[in-house]
Design a binder for this molecule. Structure first.
Ligand code: SAM
Ligand code: GLN
Length: 291
């Protein structure tokens, strides 16, 4: 990046795109634009209308730091410190999984199911809450709901608490740090939601370096076959559901049927449903407790 020509928005974007491409960044142009527009506190469209605008020295220095992180495989969301999910902005750090668009299906499923229930107050739990993406979105898009969240990571809990405050939802949520259902085992719920770690141990090494080296391993690995957390949730969660309540879990590729079977093994579960994501992949398992 060292020569005497002026670094305009157009020129720096072109340079960064080529550099990212050389370094194997997956979406070189998009990432270059997203990082620069965030730095300049503008929409991406601004960049296109201001190609000839020169960058200030301190903007250039800050952008250079972002570029260094990105080629070191730091996910864009960690560089920005935030990720959009369900149209809401979530703060993220290296203590939290970056919320995935796939997970919006679980939120939509839970919101629809809760809205289909009698309009009294409902309490639900979100297990392995991470940044709070699932729980806070469900609270935001429903009325008369309150939630308990559990995560084993104190770092994730701190981020989720800040997200709750930023979204004005602190009053409706109680945070717990601990192992799965343990901290809330004496409570009952209309719904128990979870996107637990589900990557099989042997598949971890096939993940992109952005995920494998930068996201928390406690958020990803679900044991030898990826199903360890579902085994525990399906054995214990149905007893904590109110009559007619449901549990809904995000699942990994090819896991839906196995998870639905695990749920059906519990005598209190009446029926299960499998819901596909926008790519046509079975993504969410819902299991209903008998009325
Ligand atoms: N719910 C967030 C989302 O969908 O973006 C994060 C999901 S991430 C796949 C799984 C989360 O489960 C991580 O935040 C991780 O810290 C948490 N976790 C892992 N093992 C756990 C355990 N034994 N008890 C509670 N939480 C756990
Ligand atoms: N969807 C994430 C990934 O593919 C994994 C999240 C999880 O284990 N629940 O990287």
């Amino acid at each position: 990046m060292a020569n005497n020509e002026i670094w305009t928005i157009g020129r720096i974007l072109k340079w960064t795109e080529q550099y990212f491409e050389q370094k194997g960044v997956e979406s070189p142009r998009l990432d270059a634009e997203v990082l620069l527009s965030h730095l300049l506190k503008k929409q991406r469209i601004y960049l296109y209308v201001h190609f000839d605008e020169p960058l200030q020295a301190e903007e250039l220095a800050a952008y250079r730091e972002m570029i260094k992180k990105r080629v070191a495989h730091v996910p864009v969301a960690y560089i920005l410190g935030e990720k959009e999910f369900m149209g809401l902005t979530f703060q993220v750090t290296s203590d939290t999984l970056v919320p995935r668009p796939d997970t919006e299906i679980l939120v939509q499923t839970a919101v629809d199911a809760l809205k289909g229930m009698p309009p009294e107050a409902h309490r639900f739990a979100d297990i392995g809450t991470g940044s709070g993406a699932i729980c806070l979105s469900v609270l935001h898009f429903t009325e008369n709901t309150e939630a308990d969240t559990v995560d084993i990571s104190p770092g994730a809990r701190a981020v989720a608490e800040q997200n709750a405050a930023a979204l004005g939802l602190t009053e409706r949520i109680t945070f717990h740090t601990g192992d799965l259902l343990e901290p809330i085992k004496d409570k009952t719920y209309t719904a128990i939601l979870s996107n637990p770690p589900y990557i099989p141990q042997a598949d971890i090494e096939t993940l992109a370096p952005e995920v494998r080296c930068k996201e928390p391993m406690t958020a990803l690995c679900g044991g030898a076959d990826g199903l360890d957390f579902y085994r525990r949730l399906c054995a214990e969660a149905p007893d904590m559901l109110l009559a007619g309540g449901f549990m809904a879990f995000e699942v990994g590729i090819h896991q839906a049927e196995a998870v639905a079977n695990l749920a059906q093994e519990h005598p209190l579960i009446e029926r299960t449903e499998i819901i596909k994501d926008y790519a046509g992949i079975d993504r969410v398992v819902v299991a209903w407790r008998k009325k």
